[in-house]
Design a protein around this ligand. Structure first.
Ligand SMILES: Nc1nc2c(c(=O)[nH]1)N[C@H]1C(S)=C(S)[C@@H](COP(=O)(O)OP(=O)(O)OC[C@H]3O[C@@H](n4cnc5c(=O)[nH]c(N)nc54)[C@H](O)[C@@H]3O)O[C@H]1N2
Ligand SMILES: Nc1nc2c(c(=O)[nH]1)N[C@H]1C(S)=C(S)[C@@H](COP(=O)(O)OP(=O)(O)OC[C@H]3O[C@@H](n4cnc5c(=O)[nH]c(N)nc54)[C@H](O)[C@@H]3O)O[C@H]1N2
Ligand SMILES: [Mo]
Length: 801
């Protein structure tokens, strides 16, 4: 696979299995390419171990009994990318103007290596030039003090530790601002809104042990082989125990089909793979509400039929309902009978623990199969088959990712997952839980320690009591609101704790223009990216230590902590030599800016920086139940479980029940001229196997057969033909909604792919200029990155509108 873009890229068949030699080779390649010091491989032996460091790639669970090598191909890439020998040092910045760097690709910018010196942009020569830390803090403080708190936004990407995130939100609040947008706003915010309404928990309820206790997994909208490959071990073990995995995904992702475990010599030598999904449903993107309604309808109507037949305890084949309404229901009820199932639904659970069932059941009964089929792209038989498998299982684990959350109806997608779980009490018992697979390695934890724009979710009274200040009570800005405020000129300063905001957000073009009007941009980062190159009037680039590096402070080397996808806290100790002597840790940088900015609040910033265990004590004082004995338990194998009441069927909703919440419709309504709707496809944006978000390791996607380019649009073969194209044609994509503004990306190559008709897919962030800012979930404001109506036209031949 290529680290560079090629003039003649190859697009062919992808792999049919995840893992295997492809993964092993790719790991070796990046270690070499990044000139990782010889200590690299031994460093990897400490990845995700109780005495080591927590991987900077995904947030997947860290088992109490890890594998000898508890890392995956992508975890190794993320490590190599951080401990690389390459440097974007003074010499590099002296040689390039920012105007010049604006022409560089995402890959080429980051590939320069680690940032080494604090830098300030010099308007006279358009270059970043070295500056002392004290001068940087002093000017940033002065500029921030000159602004009203409402004019400043403090962004967090999901990689910073719990300690850093806690300090950061405290700094923002003492400064007077709740403008704390974060990457989670673009990611699992739909879960953060939907799950509290449904089950009274802001996070998923699943634990690693659920993989050992379930007998079925519903796997929706997550690409395990790329986004959380270590989970494949858990899935493989589950399959070996006979667990059925039922997958809903428009694309046939190899990791959900077959897995060759690179850590099992028997599989590596023989090429023998474990099949993962027992049923694979290629739902249309945006079709999940319809698909899940279909599954629920099949269950509810079979239950109705059994009830109508007077059979309460089903046994034997005479359990076929007397007055069957149709053949499929009969077959289903008969199969329930054969399985000796008492009820299709768990009425005891529904009665005792839930609210809203009748309304939901009526809605499910009310939908026509034809409509559910048309919207989901699945047949009635497929939805009934999924229901059948579901109903035969005693404990079903629900796993989902971005394919559900990044939607105009993202919150309702998550509600539907919970609705299905509630029908058979599949929550809060061993093996039966909700697993929202998080993205960044500490994105969930940052929320736990106060990164939120919503004052109601932060412990304001406690912060006020501990640090003697009046926290602001106004609603702050989430990511989309921050973009709006920047475009309207209301936001004047942007402080970024990691991330690549400009490339991660929608509405790329207008945002880049607006971004240049910021008075101040401050970027705390490890590597150079476009959000640093496009910048404000006063611009700072402040390089920090990464999590893998030894963080030496007054009291000695420090540890930090993170929260995993399954809500366990883990300590992490860096082991690599810092990339440069000039680097400061994230806590030290935040303390430096805070001290130079704040004139109030009683916070022992220096003491905290000298000894991070004191920050953890402060976190424990702020959240005594969640972080009980935090320092003492920091390196506990398997992590510190965070209390999640829904795990014990205690639902902290307003009515103390788990709620069935009925989505108002199956699919969003888009404003598209019906006469011109025929050539519209629904675009989903995807990650390749060679990127971490906007960090582009290379130009390949082994699993989807792409080599040498990222400008690809995956399409169904009938769509390619009907729209008059050929596989390999070079095309432009144009947004088909909100057409008053033309949003277009050019020069994408058509790649025929096994996916439903009416859908297409392209990579993130290359396709981000297509997304209108207002195209998001109404409540969560999560951009609808998995569903956007677009038109395709031959490159240079403009599409109709
Ligand atoms: N190597 C690597 N690991 C990562 C990341 C990375 O970029 N690279 N990013 C991290 C982050 S921040 C996150 S949030 C996660 C993201 O991890 P995922 O949740 O896996 O996100 P995506 O890769 O964007 O796409 C998810 C899947 O959704 C499917 N899909 C798209 N639309 C729909 C739909 O409407 N319905 C259904 N059922 N499926 C759909 C796609 O085909 C794809 O398989 O991964 C994290 N881990
Ligand atoms: N179209 C489309 N857009 C999307 C998505 C999508 O699926 N489709 N996904 C969305 C999602 S789920 C997410 S989470 C966002 C991600 O958005 P962000 O979190 O903003 O972006 P990243 O690409 O993860 O940020 C990469 C940068 O982080 C910096 N960095 C890396 N490590 C560290 C560190 O240890 N400390 C500091 N301070 N900086 C560090 C480096 O400078 C690197 O260039 O993008 C969103 N945007
Ligand atoms: Mo994410």
């Amino acid at each position: 696979m290529s680290a560079r873009a090629k003039t003649h890229p190859k697009i062919g068949k992808g792999s049919h299995a995840a893992g295997g030699w492809g993964a092993a080779r790719s790991t070796g390649e990046i270690l070499l390419r990044e000139h990782v010091p010889r200590s690299g491989p031994s460093l990897l032996a400490h990845q995700n171990k109780a005495d080591g460091y927590m991987c900077v790639s995904c947030a997947w669970a860290k088992p109490a009994k890890p594998h000898p090598m508890e890392f995956c191909e992508n975890g190794a890439k993320a490590t190599a990318w951080e401990v690389t020998s390459r440097r974007a040092d003074r010499g590099f910045f002296a040689a390039h103007t920012l105007h010049e760097l604006e022409e560089w690709s995402d890959h080429d910018l980051e590939e320069q290596g680690r940032l080494t010196h604090p830098m300030r942009w010099n308007s006279a020569n358009d270059k970043y030039e070295p500056v002392s830390w004290s001068d940087a803090f002093e000017e940033i403080g002065r500029e921030l003090r000159a602004l009203a708190p409402q004019q400043v936004d403090f962004y967090t990407s999901g990689r910073a530790s719990l300690e850093t995130a806690y300090m950061y939100q405290l700094f923002a609040r003492i400064f007077g601002s709740n403008n704390l947008p974060d990457s989670s706003n673009m990611c699992h915010e739909s879960s953060s809104v939907a799950l509290p309404e449904s089950i009274g928990s802001s996070v998923g309820t699943a634990m690693l042990s659920d993989f050992q206790n379930c007998d079925c997994i519903f796997y929706l909208a997550q690409n395990v082989n790329t986004s959380s490959p270590r989970m494949l071990h858990d899935l493989q073990d589950a399959v070996d125990r006979g667990v059925k995995i039922v997958t809903f995904n428009p694309l046939r992702e190899p990791g959900l089909e077959r897995f060759i475990n690179p850590q099992m010599p028997s599989q590596m030598l023989t090429g023998h793979s474990t099949p993962i999904s027992s049923e694979y449903y290629q739902v249309r993107n945006g079709g999940d509400i319809a698909a899940l309604f279909g599954v629920c309808k099949a269950l509810i109507e079979a239950d109705d039929a059994l009830k109508a037949s007077g059979i309460s305890k089903v046994a034997g084949s005479d359990a076929v309902p007397k007055d069957p309404s149709n053949a499929a229901t009969v077959a289903f009820a008969a199969s329930m009978a054969a399985a000796d199932t008492r009820h299709v639904l768990d009425h005891d659970f529904i009665q005792t623990h839930t609210s809203g069932f009748e309304e939901f059941a009526d809605a499910a009964r009310g939908y026509d199969w034809a409509e559910l089929e048309q919207v989901s792209g699945l047949s009635r038989e497929q939805m009934t088959q999924a229901a059948n498998t579901y109903a035969k299982a005693e404990a079903v684990l629900m796993i989902y990712g971005m394919g559900l959350t990044q939607h105009v109806m993202g919150v309702q997608n998550v509600h539907m997952v919970v609705n299905l779980a509630l029908l058979r009490g599949n929550i809060g018992k061993p093996g039966a839980n909700i697993c929202a697979v998080r993205g960044h390695s500490n994105v969930q934890g940052q929320r736990t320690v106060g990164i939120t724009e919503k004052p109601g979710l932060a412990p304001l009274d406690k912060l006020s009591e501990l640090y003697a200040f009046e926290p602001p009570t106004w609603e702050g800005r989430s990511t989309v609101d921050t973009c709006k405020a920047i475009m309207q000129g209301e936001a004047k300063a942007f402080v970024s704790l990691g991330g690549n905001f400009l490339r991660a957000i929608p509405e790329t073009q207008a945002m880049e223009e607006a971004w240049r009007k910021l008075r101040l941009s401050v970027q705390i980062a490890t590597k150079l990216n476009r959000s640093h190159v496009v910048h404000g009037e006063i611009a700072y680039l402040l390089p920090c230590l990464g999590r893998l590096e030894i963080d030496e402070q007054a009291s000695g080397p420090q540890a930090v902590s993170i929260e995993s996808s399954v809500a366990h806290f883990h300590g992490s100790r860096g082991r690599a030599k810092p990339a440069s002597n000039e680097l400061l840790s994230e806590p030290a940088i935040i303390a430096g800016i805070a001290k130079a900015t704040l004139t109030k609040g009683r916070v022992p910033w220096d003491e905290w920086v000298g000894d991070y265990s004191k920050i953890r004590d402060a976190i424990e004082r702020t959240y005594p139940e969640t972080f009980r004995d935090f320092n003492k338990r920091l390196f506990q194998p398997g992590g510190i479980p965070r209390p999640v009441p829904a795990r014990q069927r205690k639902f902290a909703t307003s009515n103390k029940k788990a709620n069935f919440i009925t989505p108002p419709r199956l699919f969003p309504q888009f404003d598209i001229d019906p006469a011109a709707a025929g050539d519209v496809l629904n675009l989903a944006t995807l990650r390749s196997n060679d990127q971490f978000n906007t960090t582009i390791y290379g130009y390949g996607d082994r699993y989807r057969g792409v080599d040498g380019t990222r400008k690809v649009v995956f399409m169904n073969k009938d769509d390619i033909e009907q729209l008059g194209f050929k596989d390999g044609d070079v095309v432009d994509l144009t947004t088909a909604i909100d057409v008053a503004t033309t949003r277009r990306v050019t020069g994408f190559r058509i790649a025929r792919h096994d996916m439903p008709k009416g859908c297409c897919a392209a990579y993130y962030p290359e396709a981000n200029p297509l997304f209108p800012l207002a195209h998001h979930d109404a409540k969560a404001k999560t951009p609808s990155y998995k569903l956007l109506p677009v038109r395709v036209s031959l490159s240079g031949v403009a599409s109709p509108s």
